[in-house]
Design a protein around this ligand. Structure first.
Ligand SMILES: Nc1ncnc2c1ncn2[C@@H]1O[C@H](COP(=O)(O)OP(=O)(O)OP(=O)(O)O)[C@@H](O)[C@H]1O
Ligand SMILES: [Mg+2]
Length: 527
């Protein structure tokens, strides 16, 4: 029996809908014990839950093979459809459009592969790749499809990505220019490139295809996502951070956001070159880090807080014991004496969560010289401030706020979240005593990241925390291409100059008199 006939005996038509195996009447994610297929683009960890071969075949079968709505959430498919329609953008190039029989070819190749290899995950990738090449040739022959050698090569690559890898994500993950990948359901992929958001012209075959790939990604790091735990935050082996949220919580379909970090994290020279800050600003902050000032990096989402925190932490002297506390370990410190702590989400029964706050409290018992907290988001702010006030000078953290003054009020709110009944005044006094410097960062309209202020906390004026701006970024306007025009300029001489000098970290006071520095345009800088 020919390959095509073999496949057709499973259905009675010649399109993908009939050649694909029956979809299981279950949630889009079929649970299984089978290990992940070979060649998944992320390193794999042992003992994880991965999709079954049947689910793999269904996902590979294209849109027609979509599984029905999960029984426990009647109607979500319809609501999700309605949302998708509402948000439907212009038609984009899709694989099925470029080769109408793609779904059928893929289904047949997948089926034949599964018939030959009882466990695809155990077969060597090279053999599978060669086999996919062979199978593609026979299917093309049997369907009498003639395409050029280049197209055939592309088709085989696409099949390899879809059947063994991460589908349309495969290429994106290899592109070092792409710093963020946002997938809003199977039809819409957005990427951030050079700081700008762009629609990416590719699609997943269906929600199930996307779920299959999401499952490959999260299970490779020992996590799971399904109806009972529909949100997941994970860090991939390559350091990327991934967030997944699926229906019924996300109505447009499975939604995944991947934040990528370059293997070589940005250095201070990179940030100066991008126009994120000036040499003078970096000289001052470096002296503050080395001089054990407590520093808060403040900024909005994706403004570059963690990147800047990483650069700042890099200035901590080698002979100090650094303890980092993060939700997902993103910092890449080069010092030798670093202890990395990562929080843990609750397990499937809702137990076992260890939050940032518990880790901060624990790290105080670990004799840290420096505590670096990836982000203060809640009650840990109180413990962090107490640590900063009780001998752990030189600690660093980030907060989500839009200005230095806003960062101070965020800290105050977060201390209240710790359940303390301290009066506001006492909290502010504690903040004034603990925090020395605020580095404010922003992502501007043109995608560039700028340190928009470096401010010094100079004390408590009886009512509020007093701030002294040291450097400021002044935005002047936009040019015709939408690039932000602006310049950095020193604002005031810091009060801490004498203190820095007394501990051997003095800086030339001339940097606070330096002339204004215009910033490069978005396309001139890497951001
Ligand atoms: N100074 C910079 N210039 C250009 N790109 C940058 C800069 N800093 C960070 N980026 C890029 O911006 C993205 C976000 O950076 P980062 O994770 O540091 O931001 P964040 O403020 O910590 O984000 P979040 O609020 O999500 O934690 C990354 O892809 C990073 O490579
Ligand atoms: Mg961050």
């Amino acid at each position: 029996m020919s390959l095509l006939e073999r496949v057709r005996t499973k259905g009675d038509g010649d399109d993908a809908a009939t050649v694909a195996p029956a979809a299981p009447a279950a949630a889009p994610l079929a649970p299984s014990e089978a290990p992940a297929p070979a060649g998944v683009g992320v390193a794999s960890a042992g003992g994880q839950r991965t999709p079954s071969r049947l689910a793999a075949a269904v996902a590979a079968g294209g849109p027609e093979a979509a599984a029905p709505a999960p029984a426990s959430h009647p109607g979500w498919h319809e609501r999700a459809e309605a949302v998708r329609e509402r948000h439907a953008g212009p038609a984009h190039e899709s694989r099925s459009a470029s080769l109408p029989q793609y779904s059928a070819i893929k289904a047949q190749v997948t089926m034949a592969l599964l018939e030959e290899y009882s466990d695809v995950s155990k077969a060597p990738r090279e053999r599978l790749v060669a086999k996919i090449g062979e199978l593609t040739n026979s299917v093309l022959g049997e369907l009498s499809i003639s395409i050029t050698r280049n197209d055939r090569q592309r088709l085989v690559e696409q099949l390899i990505n879809d059947v063994l890898g991460l589908g349309p994500l495969e290429g994106l993950l290899k592109n070092p220019e792409i710093t963020e990948i946002m997938i809003n359901g199977p039809d819409k992929i957005y990427v951030e490139r050079h700081g700008r958001l762009q629609r990416y012209p590719a699609k997943f075959d269906s929600s199930d295809h996307l779920m299959q790939i999401i499952d490959r990604i999260v299970s490779s790091v020992g996590r799971r996502v399904d109806e009972s735990s529909p949100m997941v935050d994970a860090r991939l082996k390559d350091g990327s951070r991934v967030n997944v949220i699926i229906p019924p919580l996300a109505l447009q379909g499975p939604t995944m956001t991947i934040r990528r970090f370059s293997k070589d994290p940005f250095t201070i020279d990179n940030l100066i070159e991008f126009g994120t800050l000036t040499k003078e600003m970096s000289t001052f902050i470096k002296a503050c880090v080395r001089g054990r000032m407590n520093i808060v990096v403040s900024g909005g989402t994706g403004s570059g807080k963690t990147t800047t925190l990483n650069v700042l932490s890099g200035w901590i002297p080698d002979d100090e014991r650094i303890i980092t506390v993060e939700d997902s370990a993103e910092l890449q410190l080069h010092q030798e004496h670093v202890v990395t702590l990562e929080s843990r989400p609750a397990n499937i029964e809702g137990r076992g969560r260890i939050g940032i706050r518990e880790l901060v409290i624990n790290c105080l018992r670990m004799r840290p010289d420096r505590i670096v907290v990836g982000e203060c988001r809640g009650g840990e702010a109180l413990d962090m401030l107490q640590a900063m006030n009780t001998g752990h000078d030189g600690s660093l953290t980030t907060v989500h706020a839009n200005s230095p003054a806003d960062a101070l009020s965020r800290l105050e709110t977060m201390v209240l979240m710790a359940g303390t009944d301290l009066p506001s005044r006492a909290i502010r006094e504690q903040i004034a005593a603990a925090v020395d410097i605020i580095v404010q960062q922003a992502r501007l309209r043109d995608g560039t990241r700028r340190v928009t202020a470096i401010s010094e906390v100079t004390g408590f004026d009886g009512d509020k925390v007093a701030l002294n701006d040291i450097f400021l970024y002044h935005q002047e306007g936009l040019d015709e291409q939408g690039n932000v025009i602006g310049h950095f300029a020193p604002a005031n001489v810091p009060d801490c100059l004498e203190t820095l000098k007394s501990i051997g970290e003095g800086v030339d006071p001339a940097i606070f008199e330096a002339p204004a520095t215009p910033t490069p345009k978005a396309e001139d800088s890497a951001a």
